[in-house]
Design a protein around this ligand. Sequence first.
Ligand SMILES: Nc1nc2c(c(=O)[nH]1)N[C@H]1C(S)=C(S)[C@@H](COP(=O)(O)OP(=O)(O)OC[C@H]3O[C@@H](n4cnc5c(=O)[nH]c(N)nc54)[C@H](O)[C@@H]3O)O[C@H]1N2
Ligand SMILES: Nc1nc2c(c(=O)[nH]1)N[C@H]1C(S)=C(S)[C@@H](COP(=O)(O)OP(=O)(O)OC[C@H]3O[C@@H](n4cnc5c(=O)[nH]c(N)nc54)[C@H](O)[C@@H]3O)O[C@H]1N2
Ligand SMILES: [Mo]
Length: 681
Amino acid sequence: MPGDPTGTGWVVSGDPQFPVNNGQLCIKGWTSSNLLGHPKRLTAPLLRSASGRMIPARWDDALDLIADRLLNLRKQYGPESIGVFGSGALTNEKAYLLGKFARVAVGTPHIDYNGRYCMSSGAAGGNKAFGIDRGLPFPVEDIERAEVILLVGANAADTLPPIMQWFDRQKAAGGRLIVADPRRTSTARVADLYLPITPGTDLTLANGLLFVAIEEKLIDPEYIAERTNGFSAVRQTVLAYDPVYVERITGVSESTLRQTARWLAEAKSAMVLTGRGPEQQSKGSDSVLAFINFMLAIGKVGKPASGYGCLTGQGNGQGGREHGQKADQLPGYRLIEVDAHRAAVAKVWGVDPASLPRKGKSAFELLDSLGPDGGIRGLLVMGSNVAVASPDAARIAKRLKSLDLLVVCDSFPNDTSQHAHVVLPVNQWAEEEGTMTNLEGRVIRRRVVTNPPNGVRGDIDILRELARRLGCGDRFDFHSPREVFDELRRATAGGIADYSGITYERIDAEEGVFWPCPSEDHPGTPRLFADRFGHPDGKARFHPVEHRPAGEEPDADYPLYYTTGRYKEHYNSGAQTRLVPELEKARPRPRVQLHPRLAARIGAQTGSLLTIESRRGRADFVADVTPDIRPDTVFVPFHWGGANSANLLTNPALDPTSRMPEFKVAAVRIVEVRPPEETPA
Ligand SMILES: Nc1nc2c(c(=O)[nH]1)N[C@H]1C(S)=C(S)[C@@H](COP(=O)(O)OP(=O)(O)OC[C@H]3O[C@@H](n4cnc5c(=O)[nH]c(N)nc54)[C@H](O)[C@@H]3O)O[C@H]1N2
Ligand SMILES: Nc1nc2c(c(=O)[nH]1)N[C@H]1C(S)=C(S)[C@@H](COP(=O)(O)OP(=O)(O)OC[C@H]3O[C@@H](n4cnc5c(=O)[nH]c(N)nc54)[C@H](O)[C@@H]3O)O[C@H]1N2
Ligand SMILES: [Mo]
């Protein structure tokens, strides 16, 4: 095919008319066609034989076996012995159906998803402060018009390349960009001001910004009085966060702190946007609240081109958290512990509200309960490679191995399906339709462009067929994503994330529709909070939050901060991107970033092989010596499993509100340094 750079017969290109990316894609996007006809693609269900080998099987046999084992577990140990694990990679339709499957067909409370590792702290902060969680309460085009933007622990140049154009235009228009990150990332390099923050201290930084704003009379008393509640308690708390104290904790100098506060507060329009840096901490939701406190106090939320936003992660990171695959949620962003919410959804599902399970375990807690002693003996995984993505990965691998039944639905074998008893091969993105909701709350469509290989089925078909075998066929008789979407619309009606006015036809005609959209003649809601917040009184809420140490701080035994994140060329657990030759060639393995001063102290250079150890485990990484990181911190990307897994070392300390694990802070030591010539090729 002409102009086919991947040689796959397919060309993936952006739509220049689409208002979010204006046609731009990242390297993972335009090489993704490699995955459609990939030789590693799963094309038949696999069953583990008595000898341990995986053997191809007929669909009916695989589905019968799964249903049979699930029924047995349920009979012997009760429905709570079965867990379900979903994903922000699933379309809205699949996420919705998976939540219903767990609660209605299986009857278990234990369903959660990888968004717990991703969006849950940002979501918890937004819900508490604003009464609504939508990643960005405004369209991305507003970024261009913001005079000042503070990006906290978000490396958008690598993780959201198509969005960077909005920051480029913002800067071209004279705007200022500030970046807070322990590493001088490619995003930090284009910033006007860079804050080399100590890992795990974002909350203190934000309280320090508010201290400065109060001291320098930069706050907006009128806005605070009219649009918010609870400022006095926050004012009281932040009085202790003078710049000298803040510098000691965060490593950000007094002058830089004051400059940041002034730029943001004095601008006509300003934004604070957070990524996983401040969120993936055992105080992630309080860190988010601290930044929101500051933005509310300077009167910048709900004003034009202003506000707080959380940069959503996965393709459907937003929609994935709205339709009930989270342990505490039901469709439409309803809560499973609220009786009125249970009743509304039960009515659409045609079940007795009392039959709906209550809230289940959060992602890490669910995985850590696998096996006979934990009580969850069977697990269905749809769209996550939990063996690589979870903190303290060796502990989770052991848990996976102790299951009576592990079912993995995926297009490729991965580090998790290695432990499975049954693997079911599913469609990929280009082979099925459905909807996704992007970081702006814009519901968009996924379209079919090619047929799946023979032998492959859709996730929705799998759920229907399993539900039928579990005796619930009539409630899961869906033969297309559209049919699921029609029920989703009804189930979300009246909820916070109300999709009832959204149709596939409208999405096509309008370049996506923003929720809430309560009726077909409602225009959708691109901008939230201009007039009111989501709480019943329409006001935003301040929350006093205090500094506290990370779950584990460096000490004499483990003297270094360990933090983790991403490369531009790989995606999450790497299950797909490690299969794409161009990406694998560009980044064949993880490297540990460390500062020249630290390298000199331990006798390492670029290319040396370092053995790094935490209280959970040890792993070898090739050194990448660079001044672009704090001297007290090492950084490793988490896209690999096995012996190269960053998560062998991470600490599963959980945020008490969001139950988000602390991927961004642990304490480690370097126990061995081998010279570059001993590094395996
Ligand atoms: N190329 C690529 N793009 C992706 C993904 C991918 O895997 N690869 N994944 C997608 C997903 S699911 C997500 S959630 C997003 C994530 O997007 P980002 O949030 O941008 O990604 P991360 O690299 O996890 O973390 C961002 C930065 O946080 C910094 N950091 C570490 N510790 C701290 C801290 O304590 N405080 C602060 N302020 N910063 C800290 C890291 O140095 C890193 O540069 O990316 C999405 N896009
Ligand atoms: N140390 C450390 N660990 C982290 C993070 C970090 O920053 N540091 N970040 C965390 C974050 S933000 C995230 S989001 C997680 C992500 O990590 P994972 O949850 O492992 O997500 P992916 O690697 O995207 O894996 C998705 C799997 O689902 C499959 N898949 C994709 N689409 C579908 C579908 O439609 N149906 C089915 N059945 N399967 C599908 C893919 O083939 C792949 O095998 O990792 C978390 N883990
Ligand atoms: Mo994520």
